[in-house]
Structures are given as C-alpha cells and as structure tokens.
Design a protein around this ligand. Structure first.
Ligand code: NAD
Length: 312
C-alpha cells in the first residue's frame, strides 16, 4: 500500500482521507484546523504538523481545499519542492479553470504529474466513498491517479487534458443550478394554477419536462423521493456552494466569450437568496421559498430586502 499526503480535512476531505486509510494506505493528513486534524486521527490517519510534512516521501498527494487561492498557495509553498517528483498530485477542490491549469503547468515545469479531479456528490458521498470524480490531465497522470480516486468514489471519468475536470464540474453545476430554478418556478406556477404538486410530479416526471432536479431532488416537501426539502432544507448541497460554482461558471464563460443567459440568471437569483436573504446555509433547493415568497430570512442586520422579494 502507498503513502498518501492529504491536505484539507473539512466536510469533504475528512471522509475522503478516512476512506483512503480504510483502504490500507498510510495517510499523512494536514489541515489548519485542530478539530479536523483530531477527527482525522480518530479515523485512521496520521496527523502531521504541516503540509510540507504531509507530502514528504509521499507516493500520492490529495488536496481538498476551499478555493483556487488556497490551492495555489498550498502547492507553491508546501508541495512543490517538498514532495518527491515521483509522486502523483491530485487536487479534488472545486476551483476556477484558469488556476487549475496554471497550477498543473507549474507542477509539470517542476517535474510532477498532476490532475485536477473535482467531485460530484456531497458530504454523504465523501463519507460513503461514492463520489464521482471528473478528471483533467494527461492520460498517464490520469491512470496513476485512478487507483487512489477509486478508493474514494464510485465513478472516475477522464474528462480531457489539464483543467477539463474543473470545466466539466462547473458546466454540470451551471446546468444543475439553472434546472433547479426552473423546477422551483414550475412547481410554484403549477400550484397557483390549481394543480396538485404530487399529481404534477407524476405527470412531468414521465413527460418531456423530466429532469434530475425534479425526479431525484424535488424541492417540494412530501413530493417525490426523500430530499432535503423533507428535512426543512437542511443538509444536502448548500446554496452558498451552488453560488460559488455558478460564479466560477460565469467567470469561465466570460473567459471564452460564451453566451450563458440561463447560467447568469441562476447566478443572480442564488446571489439574492444566499447573500441578500441569508439563505446560503440552506440546501440549494430552498430557493423555491424565495420564488413562492414564503422565505423567512434569518435575523438580518441592516438593509431591507431587494425589491420584489417579500419576507414571510
Ligand atoms: P471545508 O471548508 O469544509 O474544508 C476545507 C478545509 O480546508 C478546511 O478544513 C480548512 O481548514 C482547510 N484548509 C484551508 N486552507 C488550508 C491550508 N492552507 N492548509 C491546510 N488546510 C487548509 O470545505 P468542503 O465542504 O470540504 O469543500 C472542499 C472543496 O470541495 C471545495 O472546493 C468545495 O467547493 C468542493 N465541494 C464541496 C461539496 C460539499 O457538499 N461540501 C461538494 C462538492 C464539492
């Protein structure tokens, strides 16, 4: 079994590192948070005092960090130069395509093989080892990363060259964000037109309006399979993270001059819900409560809500 340096043991990385340890790898884990480090140690990882220590003598390095600036900083200051050049570098964070390509380029210049491997699936999938990985990188680097990723996920897909994993991730999530908003407004309209939500679900899920946001993740409580809507919109995929991904998608769209009006609208609506109305901690399907005007915002300080939005 191999020695893996793991950096970033938060909501996602904690479960992923534990799964690598469960698979028999020697996992040297580092995070800035003492709580995260203690949890990782309880779950079979060896806690170390710095990122450089985690990567020294490693066969593989896996990172799961919040954003592009953290990834760049960790790789530039602690991985490059400290990790053996024979190690395969695997960044699983969701970050912007440009930074992903830049860091992979730097890795290559220093003699490392690296892939970007963002995930689909939330905290439960990270815990259960059932994530889907979308991987960008050269074929040889992909082949080397695959063995580790398979221990943390149910599907590992080679999306293309460097940055292609991040491109696939944000395109998928732009579609998800836009389709969730469309699903929410459709159910609100159906109800206002006198349709029973369950009856409409039964019809639309067998008709041409069918989509994942409705059939697998219905935003209406009590309709369709069990979803965060049935638990007060707790857990699931936070609206703040959906907003992060939509912003990355808009940034990427701007960089290649792509016209993405639905993505832009979804970004604007999630900005309003997650930031102006304080819904960032709720599951992203809770945006239906802004659309049907029933949202009761958490205690807010300062300015009044944006025009057109009534607080319950
Ligand atoms: P998180 O904030 O829970 O975890 C990030 C961890 O990185 C934290 O524990 C933090 O202390 C650590 N960290 C930050 N800077 C560091 C540094 N310099 N050195 C070492 N550790 C450092 O975030 P998360 O929910 O685990 O998400 C991680 C990534 O996965 C993000 O890019 C996110 O967009 C993506 N993602 C999250 C989900 C989800 O449902 N949470 C789903 C898919 C993808």
């Amino acid at each position: 079994m191999a020695r893996v340096g793991f950096i970033g043991l938060g909501n996602m990385g904690g479960g992923m590192a534990a799964n690598l340890a469960k698979a028999g790898h020697e996992v040297r884990a580092f995070d800035l948070s003492e709580v995260a480090l203690a949890k990782a140690a309880e779950r079979g990882c060896a806690r170390v005092g710095s990122a450089a220590e985690a990567v020294a003598e490693a066969d593989a390095i896996v990172s799961m960090l919040p954003a592009g600036r953290h990834v760049r900083e960790v790789y530039e200051t602690a991985v490059f130069g400290s990790a053996p050049t024979g190690a395969i570098l695997v960044d699983c964070s969701t970050i912007d395509v440009a930074t992903a390509r830049e860091v992979v380029g730097q890795a290559r210049e220093r003699g490392y093989a690296m892939v970007d491997a963002p995930v689909s699936g939330g905290i439960a999938a990270a815990e259960g080892g059932t994530l889907t990985f979308m991987v960008g990188g050269e074929a040889e680097a992909f082949g080397r990363a695959q063995a580790y990723l398979e221990r943390m996920g149910k599907a590992v897909i080679h999306a293309g060259g460097p940055g292609a994993g991040q491109a696939a991730k944000i395109c998928n999530n732009m579609l998800l964000g836009a389709s969730m908003v469309a699903t929410c407004e459709t159910f609100v309209l159906a109800q206002k037109l006198g349709l029973d939500p369950q009856t409409f679900f039964d019809i639309a899920s067998k008709a041409s309006g069918q989509c994942w946001s409705m059939t697998s993740y219905c935003p209406v409580p009590g309709v369709g399979p069990d979803t965060p809507a049935d638990r007060g919109y707790g857990g699931g995929f936070a609206a703040a993270l959906m907003l992060k991904d939509l912003r990355l998608a808009m940034e990427a769209a701007g960089s290649v001059d792509a016209y993405t009006p639905m993505g832009a609208e979804a970004e604007e609506l999630y900005t309003r819900f997650a930031e102006a109305l304080g819904g960032g901690g709720k599951d992203f399907s809770a945006i239906i409560k802004m659309i049907d005007d029933s949202w009761t915002a958490p205690e807010r300080v300062g300015s009044s809500p944006p025009p057109g939005v009534r607080l319950g």
